[in-house]
Design a protein around this ligand. Structure first.
Ligand code: NAD
Length: 428
């Protein structure tokens, strides 16, 4: 039988599995396994060479029982409605597990951001908002950045929305630049959140973090700050990071048995997470194929790039040294990959718990926008740590109490909270 790689089929299968264990009413399950609203629209852009190009944009709002929907906008060439649906559904569970009063949504455009000039990118961002602004708003649906989108792009989108509704509305979008309505600590939030989860998992597994090493897939926003946190917060070593090399059009790994200097690597990485290979080689690091991150003799694997990266095939290459998989990316493990991890008795911190630091600080950003009062970096990071520690503790308690794996436990916590909100609102 061929492996399921469609992200939405995976998201539905994971949900169905837990809905069955929870004996969830079939009518309720049917509502939750589909998004409440979906939008697909054209965005024409006048290219620098004078031609007009039409891009396709998406927004999916999965469930808003717990509050306005929230979720990033991804600019990626292989974006499809199904990827967006899956990511929107995972956002619902993510906000619920992190216990922030928001629902789940996701958006995107099928485009390689790096292929556009600054002017074309700005038009695309403004065009995306233009097509969907009636269905956005601080109390309706609040987008944020994701793969291929940046704080500057969020700034343009916020400006376009404010222009269209005729009033400055910073709370319509999060992940804005600091000084332009953004929150301090947002850029570190997802990566550090991953690390707070890893720290709690290590406590549970009685591991000494300073004696551990990690291997990371990706070197974008999540991966960079997970790498920094792994070395600076936990005192461990990062042996390998992988990335998509835009010149070679292939994924590559950068590794060092002594450990990588993550701050140095950040300095030689472009805004799309592509590392300068020549400079990494000059620093004495080994460059090899992009798949090598998964077979490193590390204690922790952090997939922080795209979906479906730990699967039936790649799962077999995982070293016996690996004790923890911390899912920084959304949906990095296929159903078959999950079985392989279970067979190996690897402790999995599931994506929507592990990477919920980003949406948590996005929520803090909205709170600060509402108050028009901004917190210090220390205050944001401290509150983030508290939220992550609480969320991890709740899921671990469910996992131990119900004797289920962490992914199922996270679903149980999240589904329970969403169903309760639906009941309280009289939807069921
Ligand atoms: P990003 O665009 O900043 O970085 C993506 C990284 O992945 C880049 O380094 C790129 O080179 C690398 N990459 C792309 N294809 C690859 C491949 N085939 N092999 C190896 N590396 C590859 O994106 P990001 O914001 O860091 O997001 C990464 C993942 O985390 C995504 O799944 C995203 O949905 C998820 N996530 C992001 C946030 C956030 O706050 N940014 C929050 C929650 C979840």
């Amino acid at each position: 039988m061929s492996e399921t790689t469609n992200a939405f089929s995976i998201a539905q299968a994971q949900f169905d599995n837990v809905a069955k264990q929870l004996h969830l009413d079939s009518d309720v399950a049917e509502q939750l396994r589909w998004p409440r609203r979906e939008f697909k629209f054209q965005i024409p852009v006048r290219m620098d060479d004078g031609s007009q190009k039409v891009f396709f944009g998406y927004r999916v709002q999965h469930n808003d029982s717990r509050g306005p929907t929230k979720g990033g906008i991804r600019f990626h060439q292989s974006e499809t409605m199904d990827t967006v649906r899956a990511l929107a559904m995972w956002m619902t569970w993510k906000c619920a597990v992190a216990d922030i009063p928001l629902g789940g949504a996701k958006g995107g455009v099928a485009v390689d951001s790096a292929s556009l000039s600054l002017k074309e990118k700005e038009q695309l961002c403004r065009g995306w908002v233009g097509q969907i602004h009636h269905n956005l708003g601080p109390r309706v649906d609040v987008p944020a950045p994701d793969v291929g989108t940046t704080p500057q792009m969020m700034g343009w989108m916020m400006d376009e929305y404010s222009r269209l509704v005729g009033q400055y509305t910073p709370g319509v979008i999060t992940g804005k630049p600091v000084g332009g309505g953004g929150s301090k600590g947002r850029k570190e939030a997802t990566g550090y959140g991953v690390i707070y989860n890893v720290r709690e998992a290590m406590k549970h597994l009685k591991m000494d973090p300073s004696k551990t090493s990690a291997s990371i897939q990706g070197f974008g926003n999540v991966a960079q700050f997970a790498g920094l946190g792994f070395t600076q917060i936990l005192g461990g070593k990062v042996l390998c990071v992988s990335y998509w090399d835009r010149e070679e059009k292939a994924s590559l790994s950068v590794s060092s048995k002594k450990g990588l200097d993550i701050a140095f690597l950040q300095n030689i990485t472009d805004e799309y997470g592509s590392i300068n290979k020549a400079k990494a080689q000059e620093a004495g690091y080994t460059i090899s194929g992009g798949d090598d991150w998964i077979s490193q003799d590390a204690e922790v694997l952090i997939p922080a790039a795209l979906e479906g990266q730990i699967n039936a095939d790649s799962g077999k290459k995982i070293s016996d040294t690996v004790k923890i998989v911390a899912e920084g990316a959304n949906g990095p493990t296929t159903l078959e990959g999950d079985e392989e991890l279970e067979k190996r008795n690897i402790f999995v911190i599931p994506d929507f718990l592990c990477n919920s630091g980003g949406v948590t600080v996005s929520y803090f950003e909205g709170v600060q926008n509402d108050m028009n009062y901004y917190w210090s970096q220390e205050e944001v990071i401290q509150r983030l740590d508290m939220k992550m520690t609480e969320a991890f503790g709740k899921v671990l308690k469910m996992s131990v109490g119900e004797k289920v794996k962490m992914r199922d436990a996270a679903y149980m916590v999240a589904i329970g909270s969403v169903v309760e909100a639906m009941q309280l609102r009289g939807w069921l």
